[in-house]
Unconditional design. Structure first.
Length: 283
């Protein structure tokens, strides 16, 4: 393994005392961290991190105090308001604060809420985007969220709202009819209800579905199933969150693009998973 390079060659931003940087840590693999995130880790006095942030990433900030603020469905966790106010208090104490969140802080990560609270209290902030699991996690499973032979649209939805229930404000019929590929975050608990909504709106029971758990890590697992069979298949496989669920024909591309299996010497299962009778043409 090679050592990480020093961050030289340009004027990197300085994390000043009293500032809070809200940063995406990516979907799991530490190598998917951005250079801005690594720069922040090297400067922070305090790192407040979520449940999905890998421990090896925190090791890149040996000088910093670590504060856990993870929120996992169905488990005791800090209230979001308390987390946001803790950030305010640390900044007002003159700390260089790094708020480290899995994936991207603005994609179903409550980053917008925390940033809003900080601004309302006069705390200066910087936003550092991260790779969202709905894109990077699926890519590690060999699933492109867009493919010109498959889809010209993709919709990202959350599987539960603030109450923990399936979002009642989502128009599942419109989503079902209007998006060729649907990527569902935090949808394991309510997959039966979500699948029912989509099939009631016209999605075929046989539609391909891929479920990727603990994406981009050594514990990653991928289940290939169908919309109708997904709830029982998930239970039978013993899959647990965190998971990303991809509904649509894009999930079939895993049959040829499962690059992690191919790195182990396994051949593609199908060079034409879309049934076009030919390999995809180059651009």
């Amino acid at each position: 393994m090679t050592a990480l390079p020093a961050l030289s060659g340009q004027n990197w931003p300085v994390l000043e005392p009293g500032w809070v940087w809200l940063c995406g840590a990516g979907p799991g693999d530490p190598g998917l961290l951005t250079l801005h995130a690594l720069n922040a880790l090297q400067q922070a006095d305090v790192v407040i991190y979520d449940a999905l942030v890998q421990e090896t990433i925190l090791d890149w900030a040996p000088q910093a105090e670590r504060i856990y603020a993870g929120k996992r469905g169905g488990k005791p966790s800090a209230k979001q308001r308390d987390i946001s106010l803790r950030l305010v208090d640390l900044a007002r104490a003159g700390k260089r604060v790094l708020r480290l969140k899995g994936g991207d802080p603005f994609v179903f990560g409550r980053g917008g809420e925390e940033a809003q609270t900080l601004v309302q209290h006069g705390v200066p902030i910087r936003i550092i985007p991260g790779i969202s699991a709905g894109i990077g996690g699926l890519a590690y499973a060999g699933i492109p969220v867009t493919h010109r032979d498959v889809n010209q649209s993709v919709t990202f939805v959350t599987g539960h709202d603030q109450s923990g229930n399936t979002p009642g404000t989502l128009d599942w019929a419109s989503i079902s009819k209007g998006s060729q590929v649907i990527v569902i975050y935090m949808g394991m608990k309510h997959i039966a209800q979500i699948a029912g909504h989509l099939m009631d709106a016209g999605r075929p029971a046989s539609e391909p579905v891929a479920v990727v758990t603990t994406a981009t890590t050594d514990q990653q697992r991928v289940l290939e199933t169908t919309l109708a069979e997904a709830p029982d298949a998930i239970t039978a496989a013993g899959l647990e969150p965190p998971a990303i669920i991809c509904v649509g024909r894009a999930s079939l591309m895993r049959q040829v693009l499962d690059w992690q299996s191919q790195a182990k010497g396994e051949p593609p299962r199908d060079l034409d998973p879309l049934g076009r009778g030919r390999p995809a043409e180059s651009a």
